[in-house]
Design a protein. Structure first.
Length: 83
């Protein structure tokens, strides 16, 4: 075994043998009335609402572009390449 492989193996052994179990938060333990659980619930709701607003804005932009194109086509301003 070359030297870098031994160092990696030693480092891996240190991590494995000194590892401690992770402590779960209140959400993982299932305590629904804790402030952390309530904050997480509100955060998910706010992010879902924000994404919805952005998608509505994108859809409104494309509807605006389509309506504007139809208005210009009716006035003869779009698709008239001979002028």
């Amino acid at each position: 075994m070359n030297r870098p492989s031994r160092q990696i193996l030693r480092l891996l052994a240190v991590f494995v043998f000194t590892a401690r179990p992770a402590l779960a938060c209140a959400v993982c333990y299932g305590e629904p009335d804790s402030p952390m659980s309530l904050g997480l619930t509100w955060a998910v709701g706010v992010l879902a609402g924000l994404i919805t607003l952005v998608l509505i804005g994108v859809a409104a932009f494309f509807i605006h572009i389509r309506r504007r194109t139809n208005q210009l086509a009716a006035a003869g301003g779009v698709g008239n390449l001979s002028s």
